[in-house]
Design a protein around this ligand. Sequence first.
Ligand SMILES: C=CC1=C(C)c2cc3[nH]c(cc4nc(cc5[nH]c(cc1n2)c(C)c5CCC(=O)O)C(CCC(=O)O)=C4C)c(C)c3C=C
Ligand SMILES: [Fe+2]
Ligand SMILES: [Fe+2]
Length: 342
Amino acid sequence: MFMKGILLVNLGSPKSTAVPDVREYLDEFLMDEKVIDYRWFFRALLVQGIILNTRPAKSAEAYKTVWTDEGSPLIVITQKIQKKLQKLVDVPVEIGMRYAQPSIEAGIQKLVDQGVSEIVLFPLYPQYAMSTTETVIEKAEEVRKKKFPGIKINYIQPFYNREIYIDCLAESIREKLPENFDALQFSYHGVPERHIYKTDPTNTCNLNDCCSRENNPSHQFCYRHQCFDVTNSVIKKLGLPKEKVMVTFQSRLGKDKWMEPYTDETLETIGKKGVKNLAIVCPAFVSDCLETLEEISVEGKHQFEHGGGENFHYIPCLNDEDRWIDVVKILCEEKLNEFYLV
Ligand SMILES: C=CC1=C(C)c2cc3[nH]c(cc4nc(cc5[nH]c(cc1n2)c(C)c5CCC(=O)O)C(CCC(=O)O)=C4C)c(C)c3C=C
Ligand SMILES: [Fe+2]
Ligand SMILES: [Fe+2]
């Protein structure tokens, strides 16, 4: 009898806000070829020769503003999701981070120690991207082949278009929307435009209106399409007019061209265009983290107010809301059941 288990995988955070720990984390993260996709020599030159000289101190300051007594919000929230899910399913649930600790390897080891040999691995990203879903699967496969050749892993695919997820997200937003708002901004983590072309096996995405078209062959691998799709499905459920909604992309790094429009530039200018009361939500993240709690809730608010905006309302991620845990459970159970079919 093969025993089954679940591994929830998120991005990961530094082990503390000390600059050397942040440097170590950024080194592992940014030296990932799926994140900074230059050849090793040029990646090392950029990351270790330039970025790691200044960014760790700056990022450490930012982490300090969101860190809690229990640790990094991203990890603490992922642990809360794990605990709640564990109460609902009868197989072991562990967590693993793509970067830093607890690693994917440590998570698999914990499952194996409990007798598990068939794992459902859930990358906690609604949309597919080379720098998220793809690198998680690549890493897990590397670890499996090297350290755990006897186990099977079944991967949960991006769930951006699953109705249960959209219903959950729409309901969560509906509850948190303020009574009066001039616009609802959907701010997604950005990626360099090059990543979209690179991961399109159909060569049919030109980063133009094809991303919003129905049934373009590239959609399965187009992060931009998947962000638009979530937005459109949610606003349909909420009954919001398109004119009241904006999609922007945040957190860019370096000099490459990233997907536009940029969140920070938009926040700086919309106040003058008449958006005085803004609600903003970040559906690329299932759990709040540095990029939502600091970059949006604090920096973004300043940018909006600096540009003439008045009321800024950040809508938190799904985090450990019960309705979201129910969705996680359903998605995991679907994949657990596939093991019986093989
Ligand atoms: C939600 C999906 C994410 C995508 C896509 C993504 C792409 C991506 N990110 C960077 C660079 C950085 N991201 C950083 C933090 C960070 N990124 C995500 C998610 C995605 N990244 C999360 C959840 C977090 C927060 C982690 C936490 O501990 O809370 C950082 C570190 C912080 C900083 O210094 O700003 C960097 C750097 C690139 C280059 C990229 C795509 C190519
Ligand atoms: Fe596209
Ligand atoms: Fe990121």
